[in-house]
Design a protein. Structure first.
Length: 173
C-alpha cells in the first residue's frame, strides 16, 4: 500500500512517499508530480525515506519526474535515509544497480533538500545537480506549461500532458 502526503516548504513542494512504489502505485506519484507542475510548483522534493520497495515502474516514475521538472527549468530532489548511502536503503540500491543513481540529487532529509535547515548543503550525486544536468534540459522552456500541456477536464480537474520527446516538446506552445 502506498501513502503520499503533500506539503509546501517555501518554493518547494514536498511529496512524502511511504510504502511500496511499484506498478500499481507508481501512477499516483506520477499524477502528484504532474499536479504540482500544473499548480506552477517546479521545485519538488520526493521524500522516499518511507519507501520499503521500489520496482522498475517506480524508477521509471522518478526518471519521468526528473525529465518533466527539468523541462520546466525546475528541480527534483530525492530524500533517502541519512544512512542509506552507507548501508544502502532499498531505493538507493535499486537506483545504483540500474546505473541511474547519478541522475538524481540526493539529500538526507527534507530540511536540507528544501534549504530550510541550519546545515543546508549540496547534494550527493554529481551529475544530478542542476548545472551538471543542464544537457538534460535541452528542450527546456518550450511550452506555456514548461514543456507540458495543461488541459482541464469536464470536472475542472487539471491534467498535465508531458511531451515524450524533445521534438514533441518544441511543438507544445
Amino acid at each position: 500500500m502506498l501513502s503520499v502526503e503533500r506539503a509546501e516548504r517555501g518554493a518547494w513542494t514536498v511529496l512524502s512517499v511511504s510504502g511500496e512504489l511499484d506498478l500499481v502505485s507508481s501512477p499516483v506519484v506520477r499524477r502528484l508530480v504532474h499536479d504540482a507542475v500544473a499548480d506552477g510548483r517546479h521545485d519538488v522534493v520526493l521524500d522516499l525515506s518511507g519507501v520499503r520497495f521500489c520496482d522498475s515502474s517506480g524508477v521509471g516514475v522518478l526518471i519521468a519526474s526528473r525529465r518533466l521538472l527539468y523541462s520546466c527549468r525546475g528541480r527534483l530532489r530525492l530524500i533517502l535515509p541519512a544512512r542509506g548511502a552507507v548501508e544502502g536503503s532499498h531505493v538507493n540500491r535499486v537506483l545504483a544497480a540500474l546505473g541511474v543513481r547519478r541522475l538524481f540529487e540526493v539529500y538526507p532529509d527534507v530540511a536540507t533538500a528544501a534549504g530550510t535547515g541550519a546545515g543546508a548543503r549540496t547534494a550527493s550525486g554529481g551529475a544530478g545537480t542542476p548545472d551538471a544536468g543542464a544537457g538534460a534540459r535541452a528542450d527546456a522552456g518550450t511550452g506555456a506549461a514548461c514543456g507540458a500541456g495543461v488541459t482541464e477536464g469536464a470536472s475542472g480537474a487539471k491534467r498535465v500532458v508531458a511531451p515524450r520527446t524533445a521534438a514533441e516538446a518544441r511543438h507544445v506552445r
